[in-house]
Design a protein around this ligand. Structure first.
Ligand code: KIV
Length: 276
């Protein structure tokens, strides 16, 4: 500082730094885990920016980019063809459409079966390229090693037991799972491996209640009765955008019919010269 400079001048000489808005932080896996026993919470799937934004505006702060994107958006009749690139693409859209919600992203079939290394690499892609806040994978005891590896790499993981659509054809398909001992083993293995939550899909309600009681992590039920810590539904089932929905789902509106009626109106207007 020269003899003529005052301390105030020195302060003015500092490089300009623009005022930053406080960063909006997404709900973390830790915050979701701490909801256990304190609050029930809803989870919904989303696959694109506008519907993710609608969900967030509706107060749903945990959004699942499910591999059900295969059935609901991509026109497949199962989830197995969905690729890691598909999941990254849709996860990017959902993260662009939201600012606060936790974005949980499914690991698609083939992205975690080969080795721990491959699974960790794909989970890292979902986080770095897709913007995933956490990843979810199907399987209990059989994937506990993979969960441990991904968790060990610093990525929050959600387990998924009961009906597992990626491998449904290996077992009894989509029938309600009632094998208490096996489900307990699977749930405990997922928890011990480091998962911060577990999806229970189409599990007998009494068994789901017991799992919810014995686990220290939240259970997220779908077709698993009312006793879980959270409930997840597929967006297209909630909004009536898919012609068929499982019996446990609840349709809150009929966007499919509204869309068809609106498009029929447009088509008729063009044919009858009422528009433009
Ligand atoms: O992909 C999906 O939508 C899911 C839910 C059924 C939990 O995994």
């Amino acid at each position: 500082m020269s003899t003529t400079d005052s301390p105030a001048d020195a302060q003015d000489a500092r490089p300009y730094t623009p005022a930053k808005a406080a960063p909006v932080r997404r709900v973390t896996a830790g915050a979701i885990k701490r909801r256990k026993g304190k609050m029930l919470f809803p989870v919904v799937t989303a696959y694109d920016a506008p519907f993710a934004e609608f969900a967030e505006r509706a107060g749903i702060d945990v959004i699942l980019v499910g591999d059900s994107v295969g059935n609901n958006v991509l026109g497949y009749d199962e989830t197995t063809p969905v690729t890691i690139e598909d999941m990254i693409h849709h996860a990017q859209a959902v993260t662009r459409g939201t600012s606060r919600a936790h974005v949980m992203v499914d690991m698609p079939f083939g992205s975690y079966q080969i080795s721990d290394e491959d699974a960790v690499r794909n989970a890292i892609r979902l986080v770095k390229e897709g913007g995933a806040s956490s990843v979810k994978m199907e399987g209990g005891t059989l994937v506990s090693q993979r969960i441990r590896a991904i968790y060990g790499a610093g990525i929050p993981v959600v387990g998924h037991i009961g009906v597992m659509p990626q491998t449904a054809s290996l077992g009894p398909g989509y029938k309600v799972r009632t094998n208490r001992a096996r489900l307990l083993d699977d749930a405990r293995a997922v928890e011990a491996a480091g998962a911060y939550a577990v999806v229970l899909e189409v599990i007998d309600a009494d068994v789901a209640r017991e799992l919810t009681q014995v686990l220290s992590i939240p259970t997220i039920g779908i077709g698993a009765g009312p006793h879980c810590d959270a409930q997840v539904l597929v967006l297209h089932d909630v909004l009536g955008m898919h012609p068929t929905a499982p019996s446990f789902a609840k349709r809150y509106t009929d966007v499919g019919s509204a869309a068809t009626a609106a498009l029929r109106g447009f088509a008729d207007d063009v044919r009858e010269k009422r528009f433009p």
